[in-house]
Design a protein around this ligand. Structure first.
Ligand code: ZN
Length: 73
């Protein structure tokens, strides 16, 4: 059985807990509800490996945010 990947989830501020994840294969944001843990991939790209495995959504933390900020400067 394949390992299931984990993507960082970003909470959308204007909604009640729904999450967005950045998909490195489709190169776009996928919208998810407030479900956490393992979800079915919302991939539009047919060759995306997530279509087989789905992925885990890990809500982003302040530490993750700090790292992203470091990378973007
Ligand atoms: Zn995707």
């Amino acid at each position: 059985m394949k390992d299931k990947p984990t993507l960082l989830g970003f909470k959308r501020s204007k909604s009640d807990g729904s999450m967005m994840v950045w998909c490195p294969y489709c190169k776009e944001w996928h919208n998810h509800g407030s479900e956490s843990g393992h979800v079915v991939a919302h991939c539009t790209l047919n060759t995306s490996p997530f279509k087989d495995t789905g992925y885990y959504i890990k809500p982003i933390t302040k530490t993750d945010m700090a790292k992203i900020k470091e990378c973007s400067e």
